[in-house]
Design a protein around this ligand. Structure first.
Ligand SMILES: Nc1ncnc2c1ncn2[C@@H]1O[C@H](COP(=O)(O)OP(=O)(O)OP(=O)(O)O)[C@@H](O)[C@H]1O
Length: 243
């Protein structure tokens, strides 16, 4: 049974008849040019953007879930995160436990360790750098242990070490019988870490499948309007723009 199955998801002129599914244990990469609809799709799945069509989570309609059920099962790491208050790192991460109503320190400390923010647990989050804060917000989502984790461009402010570390973390998270949908602009990283890719173009699914099926020279030319050199057999995969 699919963890999540999306059929005919449509949002006014922004998304048109999107079909996709994520199996337990799978990490799906959402790729596509600026404005393709990646964020809009993630927001629909997170329940913060209305849509037409059908979304089933574990074979149950998403819209039938209570707010609490949905918060327990789906976690969203938005593209931009900011706290309106000067909360500590520990407080921010603990917010991820709210849907469960527990105050256990163990998950908070575990995810702080995984994301490399343990040393700042008692510091105000707004005193950290942009990339350090991004890892704190990722820790907040991980603390909630959602069945489906949605991450919108989680690499945007991370250095090279943490780009790999975070993608490894998300991949391991998916492999523990969860599901991850992650939007990425780095296609080589998407090829390296994602089980399958969904290439969006002007609000529609242009291609979907394994990285080798999706990241073809023809698809990249049609969607990104670039001539690319693609070597997915290399370790790590190489995708470079040559014209
Ligand atoms: N709140 C909104 N109301 C109406 N249109 C919107 C809204 N937010 C985004 N759009 C439009 O919807 C389209 C898809 O935007 P979206 O943010 O989903 O793209 P994206 O693929 O995530 O892009 P990027 O890679 O630049 O983050 C764009 O044309 C954008 O201008």
């Amino acid at each position: 049974m699919a963890l999540i199955e999306v059929s005919g998801l449509t949002v006014d002129t922004r998304l048109k008849a999107i079909d996709l599914a994520v199996q337990p244990g799978e990490m799906l990469g959402l790729i596509g040019p600026n404005g393709a609809g990646k964020t809009t799709l993630l927001h629909c799945l997170a329940g913060i953007e209305p849509y037409q069509g059908d979304v089933q989570l574990h074979d149950a309609p998403l819209e039938k879930l209570s707010v609490q059920q949905r918060a327990r099962q789906i976690g969203l790491l938005p593209q931009r995160c900011q706290s309106a208050w000067a909360l500590s790192v520990r407080d921010i991460i603990s917010l991820g436990r709210l849907p469960w109503g527990d105050e256990s320190k163990t998950p908070v400390e575990r995810v702080a360790h995984q994301t490399g923010v343990t040393q700042w647990l008692d510091q105000p989050v707004d005193k950290l750098s942009g990339g350090e804060q991004a890892r704190v917000w990722l820790a907040r989502v991980l603390a909630g242990e959602p069945q489906l984790l949605l991450a919108d461009e989680p690499l945007a402010s991370l250095d090279l070490y943490y780009q790999c570390r975070v993608l490894e973390l998300l991949r391991h998270y998916a492999q523990r019988h969860h599901g991850v949908i992650v939007s990425l602009h780095d296609l080589a990283q998407a090829a390296r870490y994602c089980d399958r890719l969904c290439l969006l173009h002007r609000g529609q699914v242009y291609a979907q499948g394994t990285p080798a099926e999706v990241l073809t020279v023809d698809n990249l030319r049609a969607v990104y309007q670039v001539e690319a050199c693609v070597d997915l057999q290399a370790h790590p995969p190489i995708i470079s723009v040559i014209g």
